[in-house]
Design a binder for this molecule. Structure first.
Ligand code: HEM
Length: 251
Protein backbone atom coordinates (compact mmCIF):
# COMPACT_ATOMS: atom_id res chain seq x y z
CA UNK A 1 0.00 0.00 0.00
CA UNK A 2 2.76 2.35 1.00
CA UNK A 3 4.54 1.50 -2.22
CA UNK A 4 1.46 2.38 -4.24
CA UNK A 5 1.17 5.79 -2.60
CA UNK A 6 4.87 6.32 -3.29
CA UNK A 7 4.56 5.36 -6.94
CA UNK A 8 1.55 7.56 -7.63
CA UNK A 9 3.24 10.49 -5.96
CA UNK A 10 6.41 10.03 -7.97
CA UNK A 11 4.64 10.19 -11.29
CA UNK A 12 2.62 13.18 -10.21
CA UNK A 13 5.75 14.89 -8.94
CA UNK A 14 7.37 14.47 -12.31
CA UNK A 15 4.38 15.82 -14.18
CA UNK A 16 3.20 18.58 -11.91
CA UNK A 17 6.43 19.93 -10.44
CA UNK A 18 7.08 21.31 -7.02
CA UNK A 19 3.54 21.20 -5.56
CA UNK A 20 3.72 17.44 -5.55
CA UNK A 21 7.30 17.35 -4.40
CA UNK A 22 6.38 17.96 -0.75
CA UNK A 23 3.81 15.19 -0.90
CA UNK A 24 6.37 12.89 -2.45
CA UNK A 25 9.06 13.64 0.12
CA UNK A 26 6.46 13.18 2.85
CA UNK A 27 5.71 9.70 1.47
CA UNK A 28 9.40 9.03 1.33
CA UNK A 29 9.77 9.96 5.00
CA UNK A 30 6.86 7.76 5.97
CA UNK A 31 8.44 4.88 4.06
CA UNK A 32 11.67 5.53 5.89
CA UNK A 33 10.15 5.01 9.31
CA UNK A 34 10.38 1.24 9.11
CA UNK A 35 13.35 -1.00 8.46
CA UNK A 36 16.88 -1.62 9.64
CA UNK A 37 19.81 0.71 9.99
CA UNK A 38 22.90 -0.77 8.34
CA UNK A 39 26.53 0.26 8.57
CA UNK A 40 28.66 0.26 5.39
CA UNK A 41 30.51 -2.81 6.72
CA UNK A 42 27.23 -4.67 7.19
CA UNK A 43 26.03 -3.74 3.72
CA UNK A 44 29.33 -4.93 2.24
CA UNK A 45 28.51 -8.46 3.48
CA UNK A 46 25.79 -8.57 0.82
CA UNK A 47 28.01 -8.04 -2.21
CA UNK A 48 27.43 -11.40 -3.89
CA UNK A 49 31.00 -12.62 -3.44
CA UNK A 50 31.89 -15.94 -1.78
CA UNK A 51 30.24 -16.34 1.67
CA UNK A 52 28.03 -13.36 0.86
CA UNK A 53 24.88 -13.14 3.03
CA UNK A 54 22.76 -12.13 0.02
CA UNK A 55 22.43 -9.36 -2.53
CA UNK A 56 21.71 -5.86 -1.26
CA UNK A 57 22.36 -2.49 -2.83
CA UNK A 58 21.85 1.06 -1.64
CA UNK A 59 20.76 4.10 -3.55
CA UNK A 60 20.51 7.52 -1.90
CA UNK A 61 21.08 5.71 1.38
CA UNK A 62 18.10 3.39 1.01
CA UNK A 63 18.93 -0.30 1.08
CA UNK A 64 17.14 -2.83 -1.13
CA UNK A 65 17.23 -6.61 -1.37
CA UNK A 66 17.95 -7.32 -5.07
CA UNK A 67 18.11 -11.12 -4.78
CA UNK A 68 15.15 -11.29 -7.17
CA UNK A 69 17.36 -9.68 -9.82
CA UNK A 70 20.27 -12.11 -9.29
CA UNK A 71 20.78 -12.41 -13.05
CA UNK A 72 21.75 -8.71 -13.07
CA UNK A 73 23.37 -8.34 -9.63
CA UNK A 74 24.79 -11.78 -8.87
CA UNK A 75 28.47 -12.71 -9.43
CA UNK A 76 27.78 -13.35 -13.14
CA UNK A 77 25.54 -10.33 -13.66
CA UNK A 78 26.44 -7.24 -15.67
CA UNK A 79 25.54 -4.96 -12.73
CA UNK A 80 27.22 -6.93 -9.89
CA UNK A 81 29.31 -3.88 -8.95
CA UNK A 82 26.20 -2.16 -7.52
CA UNK A 83 25.81 -4.67 -4.68
CA UNK A 84 27.17 -4.29 -1.16
CA UNK A 85 27.47 -0.52 -1.44
CA UNK A 86 25.86 2.78 -2.30
CA UNK A 87 27.02 3.78 -5.77
CA UNK A 88 24.28 6.37 -6.34
CA UNK A 89 26.37 8.55 -8.66
CA UNK A 90 27.00 5.74 -11.17
CA UNK A 91 23.27 5.26 -11.75
CA UNK A 92 23.29 8.50 -13.72
CA UNK A 93 26.89 8.94 -14.84
CA UNK A 94 27.25 5.37 -16.13
CA UNK A 95 30.83 5.48 -14.79
CA UNK A 96 31.24 1.95 -13.43
CA UNK A 97 34.93 2.29 -12.52
CA UNK A 98 35.86 2.09 -8.82
CA UNK A 99 36.17 5.89 -8.75
CA UNK A 100 32.78 6.28 -10.41
CA UNK A 101 31.01 3.85 -8.07
CA UNK A 102 30.55 6.43 -5.35
CA UNK A 103 27.73 7.85 -3.28
CA UNK A 104 29.12 11.37 -3.76
CA UNK A 105 26.42 13.06 -5.84
CA UNK A 106 27.57 16.63 -5.21
CA UNK A 107 28.67 17.10 -8.85
CA UNK A 108 25.35 15.98 -10.32
CA UNK A 109 23.10 18.57 -11.98
CA UNK A 110 19.46 19.00 -10.87
CA UNK A 111 18.27 17.05 -13.93
CA UNK A 112 20.66 14.21 -13.08
CA UNK A 113 19.26 14.19 -9.54
CA UNK A 114 15.77 13.80 -11.04
CA UNK A 115 17.07 10.81 -13.02
CA UNK A 116 18.60 9.39 -9.84
CA UNK A 117 15.23 9.62 -8.05
CA UNK A 118 13.67 7.80 -11.00
CA UNK A 119 16.04 4.92 -10.20
CA UNK A 120 15.08 5.13 -6.51
CA UNK A 121 11.41 4.93 -7.53
CA UNK A 122 12.27 1.89 -9.67
CA UNK A 123 13.80 0.05 -6.67
CA UNK A 124 10.87 1.09 -4.48
CA UNK A 125 8.53 -0.42 -7.02
CA UNK A 126 10.38 -3.61 -7.96
CA UNK A 127 12.37 -4.64 -4.87
CA UNK A 128 11.95 -4.97 -1.12
CA UNK A 129 13.31 -2.18 1.00
CA UNK A 130 15.49 -3.37 3.85
CA UNK A 131 16.30 -0.12 5.61
CA UNK A 132 18.75 2.75 5.59
CA UNK A 133 22.49 2.97 5.27
CA UNK A 134 24.32 4.98 7.91
CA UNK A 135 26.63 7.36 6.13
CA UNK A 136 26.33 10.18 3.65
CA UNK A 137 22.53 10.36 3.54
CA UNK A 138 21.42 9.06 6.98
CA UNK A 139 22.85 9.65 10.42
CA UNK A 140 23.46 6.93 13.01
CA UNK A 141 19.94 7.52 14.30
CA UNK A 142 18.48 7.20 10.80
CA UNK A 143 17.75 10.89 10.35
CA UNK A 144 18.29 12.50 6.93
CA UNK A 145 21.64 14.32 6.84
CA UNK A 146 22.23 17.85 5.55
CA UNK A 147 23.64 16.25 2.40
CA UNK A 148 20.32 14.49 1.77
CA UNK A 149 18.47 17.75 2.37
CA UNK A 150 20.68 19.44 -0.25
CA UNK A 151 19.99 16.60 -2.68
CA UNK A 152 16.26 17.04 -2.09
CA UNK A 153 16.61 20.77 -2.79
CA UNK A 154 18.39 19.92 -6.03
CA UNK A 155 15.59 17.48 -6.86
CA UNK A 156 13.03 20.26 -6.34
CA UNK A 157 15.00 22.50 -8.67
CA UNK A 158 15.31 19.73 -11.27
CA UNK A 159 11.57 19.01 -11.20
CA UNK A 160 10.85 22.71 -11.59
CA UNK A 161 13.20 22.95 -14.58
CA UNK A 162 11.64 19.85 -16.10
CA UNK A 163 8.12 21.28 -15.70
CA UNK A 164 9.26 24.57 -17.25
CA UNK A 165 10.89 22.75 -20.17
CA UNK A 166 7.70 20.75 -20.74
CA UNK A 167 5.64 23.93 -20.67
CA UNK A 168 8.01 25.60 -23.12
CA UNK A 169 7.89 22.57 -25.42
CA UNK A 170 4.09 22.81 -25.46
CA UNK A 171 4.25 26.48 -26.38
CA UNK A 172 7.13 26.10 -28.82
CA UNK A 173 7.20 22.49 -30.07
CA UNK A 174 10.51 21.35 -31.52
CA UNK A 175 10.95 21.09 -35.31
CA UNK A 176 11.62 17.90 -37.24
CA UNK A 177 15.16 17.77 -38.58
CA UNK A 178 17.23 15.73 -41.01
CA UNK A 179 20.64 15.78 -42.59
CA UNK A 180 21.42 14.55 -46.07
CA UNK A 181 24.83 14.38 -47.67
CA UNK A 182 23.56 15.89 -50.95
CA UNK A 183 21.90 19.01 -49.53
CA UNK A 184 22.85 19.27 -45.84
CA UNK A 185 20.48 20.03 -42.99
CA UNK A 186 16.75 20.75 -43.11
CA UNK A 187 14.27 21.68 -40.40
CA UNK A 188 10.49 21.66 -40.80
CA UNK A 189 7.28 21.78 -38.84
CA UNK A 190 4.35 19.37 -38.79
CA UNK A 191 1.31 18.86 -36.58
CA UNK A 192 3.16 16.25 -34.49
CA UNK A 193 6.70 17.68 -34.41
CA UNK A 194 8.37 17.79 -31.00
CA UNK A 195 5.94 15.08 -29.87
CA UNK A 196 3.24 17.75 -29.41
CA UNK A 197 0.02 16.75 -31.18
CA UNK A 198 -1.80 19.90 -32.30
CA UNK A 199 -4.02 21.35 -35.02
CA UNK A 200 -1.37 23.74 -36.37
CA UNK A 201 2.08 23.09 -37.84
CA UNK A 202 3.78 26.48 -37.53
CA UNK A 203 6.98 27.73 -39.12
CA UNK A 204 10.57 27.02 -38.03
CA UNK A 205 12.40 29.63 -35.98
CA UNK A 206 15.54 29.60 -33.88
CA UNK A 207 14.69 30.09 -30.20
CA UNK A 208 17.67 31.40 -28.24
CA UNK A 209 17.85 30.68 -24.55
CA UNK A 210 18.97 33.89 -22.84
CA UNK A 211 22.42 33.69 -21.28
CA UNK A 212 23.57 30.49 -22.91
CA UNK A 213 23.67 31.80 -26.52
CA UNK A 214 22.38 28.41 -27.61
CA UNK A 215 19.39 28.06 -29.92
CA UNK A 216 17.01 25.25 -30.82
CA UNK A 217 14.60 24.99 -33.72
CA UNK A 218 10.99 25.52 -32.66
CA UNK A 219 7.67 25.75 -34.49
CA UNK A 220 5.90 29.08 -34.15
CA UNK A 221 2.32 30.08 -34.96
CA UNK A 222 2.40 33.25 -37.01
CA UNK A 223 -1.24 34.00 -36.13
CA UNK A 224 -0.41 34.11 -32.42
CA UNK A 225 1.24 37.45 -31.73
CA UNK A 226 2.28 36.71 -28.14
CA UNK A 227 4.07 33.61 -29.39
CA UNK A 228 5.68 35.01 -32.54
CA UNK A 229 6.75 38.35 -30.99
CA UNK A 230 9.16 36.69 -28.57
CA UNK A 231 12.45 38.67 -28.91
CA UNK A 232 14.45 35.44 -28.49
CA UNK A 233 13.11 34.13 -31.80
CA UNK A 234 15.08 34.52 -35.01
CA UNK A 235 14.33 33.59 -38.62
CA UNK A 236 16.53 31.13 -40.50
CA UNK A 237 18.83 32.76 -43.04
CA UNK A 238 17.66 32.51 -46.68
CA UNK A 239 14.33 30.98 -45.60
CA UNK A 240 11.05 32.81 -46.43
CA UNK A 241 9.23 33.93 -43.23
CA UNK A 242 6.12 31.84 -44.03
CA UNK A 243 7.97 28.65 -45.10
CA UNK A 244 7.19 25.48 -43.13
CA UNK A 245 10.56 24.00 -44.11
CA UNK A 246 14.04 25.60 -44.13
CA UNK A 247 17.34 24.38 -45.52
CA UNK A 248 20.20 25.17 -43.19
CA UNK A 249 22.97 27.29 -44.62
CA UNK A 250 26.55 26.36 -43.72
CA UNK A 251 27.60 29.75 -42.25
C1 HEM B 1 23.86 4.93 -16.91
C2 HEM B 1 23.88 3.79 -17.60
C3 HEM B 1 23.17 2.53 -17.15
C4 HEM B 1 22.81 2.13 -15.90
C5 HEM B 1 23.04 2.83 -14.57
C6 HEM B 1 22.13 0.86 -16.03
C7 HEM B 1 21.62 0.13 -14.99
C8 HEM B 1 20.90 -1.03 -15.11
C9 HEM B 1 20.38 -1.79 -14.01
C10 HEM B 1 20.55 -1.42 -12.56
C11 HEM B 1 19.73 -2.87 -14.52
C12 HEM B 1 19.01 -3.94 -13.73
C13 HEM B 1 17.58 -3.51 -13.53
C14 HEM B 1 16.79 -4.49 -12.70
O1 HEM B 1 17.02 -4.58 -11.48
O2 HEM B 1 15.89 -5.13 -13.28
C15 HEM B 1 19.84 -2.79 -15.96
C16 HEM B 1 19.33 -3.73 -16.84
C17 HEM B 1 19.58 -3.71 -18.18
N1 HEM B 1 20.30 -2.79 -18.88
FE1 HEM B 1 21.25 -1.18 -18.13
N2 HEM B 1 22.10 0.52 -17.36
C18 HEM B 1 22.72 1.51 -18.07
C19 HEM B 1 22.91 1.54 -19.43
C20 HEM B 1 22.52 0.55 -20.30
C21 HEM B 1 22.76 0.56 -21.72
C22 HEM B 1 23.50 1.68 -22.46
C23 HEM B 1 22.21 -0.56 -22.22
C24 HEM B 1 22.15 -1.07 -23.60
C25 HEM B 1 23.00 -0.76 -24.55
C26 HEM B 1 21.61 -1.28 -21.11
C27 HEM B 1 20.93 -2.46 -21.23
C28 HEM B 1 20.32 -3.14 -20.19
C29 HEM B 1 19.57 -4.37 -20.36
C30 HEM B 1 19.35 -5.12 -21.69
C31 HEM B 1 19.12 -4.74 -19.11
C32 HEM B 1 18.36 -5.99 -18.74
C33 HEM B 1 16.90 -5.84 -18.86
C34 HEM B 1 16.25 -7.14 -18.40
O3 HEM B 1 16.75 -8.22 -18.69
O4 HEM B 1 15.25 -7.05 -17.68
N3 HEM B 1 21.83 -0.57 -19.96
N4 HEM B 1 20.55 -1.66 -16.30
Amino acid sequence: MLKLVFRVSVSLAVWSGSEWLNLWLLDLDVAQDSGRLLSQEELALYNGEEDSKGLYLAILGQVFDVEKGRKHYGPDGGYRFFTGRDASSAFVTGDFTEAGLTDDVSDLSPSQIVALYDWLAFYQKDYTRIGKLIGRFYSESGKPTDVLKQVEASLAQGLKQKAQAEKENELYPACNSEWRSDRGGRVWCSIKSGGVHRDWAGVPRMLFSPGSGQARCVCVRLDDRTQSNNPNLQQYKDCPPQAESCLLSHD
